[in-house]
Design a protein around this ligand. Structure first.
Ligand code: HEC
Length: 215
């Protein structure tokens, strides 16, 4: 069968479009689950379940994430909300990134803010002679700070030092975190703690206190 001019032209246009889109997708498609810093993923059908304010927090959270995120196996909406809590409200970076800002990026010195992404939330900041902030990035099993969510929630709510590191205050048996503002974070909703945990699952794993990514 021979196709007449208009039909043939339309068909080849469609074909060219499909092929072109395929090539473009292949060229720009990032690794599955990889969300470049500051970009917002397609949240799909899920967005219908959120109130407007929650959705705005989720989107802002993605926009302000200083690091690329690995969304594989996570709940993206919780990751976005967690980023908002960690990066716009919780100030976790101030104590858990050493130093918190990249060279030339310290807002306290009048420089444009630039987070130290190479040490992001990997801990290693010292407070006095014995207290050191902990590494919150995922361990080799993908667990933030090596904690399950149940353990993480317990730490955030009660300040219990599950790693029993010095100092042991008020006692060896009742070992509580001393600098970490858990008396504040402990009042968060379960949903928000879950979001913070989900965000921490998605950030790049970095060795404690190092400024070089380990993987
Ligand atoms: C004022 C500084 C400071 C801020 C802000 C801070 N932390 Fe901490 N955090 C610490 C220090 C220091 C420790 C460990 C030692 C201690 O407090 O005695 C710690 C410990 C922890 C632990 C225990 C980890 C483990 O290995 O058991 C978790 C979890 C944690 N922080 C999460 C967070 C999160 C999430 C935020 C932000 C919402 C945050 N921290 C903000 C200072 C801080």
């Amino acid at each position: 069968m021979t196709l007449r001019f208009p039909t043939r032209a339309v068909l080849s246009l469609c074909l060219a479009f499909v092929l072109g889109a395929g090539v473009a997708a292949a060229q720009t498609e990032p690794k599955p689950g990889r969300q470049p810093a500051g970009t917002v993923p397609d949240l799909g059908e899920q967005t219908r379940l959120f109130g407007l304010l929650e959705l705005q927090r989720i989107i802002r959270g993605f926009q302000i994430s200083p690091v690329d995120l690995d969304l594989q196996g996570t709940n993206p909406a919780l990751v976005g909300l967690g980023s908002y809590i960690v990066n716009a409200q919780g100030g976790c970076n101030d104590c858990h990134t050493n130093p918190p800002f990249a060279e030339g990026g310290n807002p306290h010195l009048g420089q444009p803010k630039q987070i130290n992404v190479d040490g992001y939330l990997a801990g290693g900041m010292t407070f006095g002679p014995v207290i050191v902030s902990r590494n919150l990035t995922p361990d080799e099993n993908g667990k933030p700070a090596g904690l399950t969510f149940a353990e993480f929630r317990l730490v955030m709510r009660t300040g219990k030092d599950l790693k029993n590191l010095p100092p042991h205050i008020p006692s060896q048996q009742n070992d509580l975190l001393q600098v970490m503002p858990w008396p504040v974070y402990g009042s968060m909703l379960d949903h928000d703690l879950r979001a913070v945990y989900e965000f921490l699952r998605a950030i790049p794993p970095i060795e404690t206190g190092s400024t070089q990514p380990s993987r």
